[in-house]
Design a protein around this ligand. Structure first.
Ligand code: SF4
Ligand code: SF4
Length: 75
């Protein structure tokens, strides 16, 4: 399994991950989370490049990327 894993109730709906993903993997859900916002979801995880950009951009540490590229983990 690759791609982003988003903790729904930690997301504040800022959209930074969605805007920064180079492969348009992420989008806002139609649903509302416990914080009362539309949260980010992976619409096409199969297109994820494991680049780690969404992980690095999220201000609330709501995203983990499985099989993240080594550069993103250490950089
Ligand atoms: S790891 Fe990169 S390609 Fe995958 S969802 Fe995050 S920003 Fe997009
Ligand atoms: S960057 Fe984090 S808080 Fe903002 S929409 Fe994405 S997952 Fe949610």
């Amino acid at each position: 399994m690759i791609g982003p894993s988003i903790r729904i109730d930690s997301c504040k709906g800022c959209g930074l991950c969605i805007a920064s993903c180079p492969r348009q993997v992420l989008a806002f859900s139609e649903r509302i989370n416990a914080r009362g916002v539309r949260y980010a979801v992976a619409r096409s995880a199969e297109n994820c490049a494991d680049c780690g950009t969404c992980y690095l951009m999220c201000p609330d540490a709501a995203i983990e990327v499985l099989e993240l590229a080594p550069l993103a983990r250490t950089g």
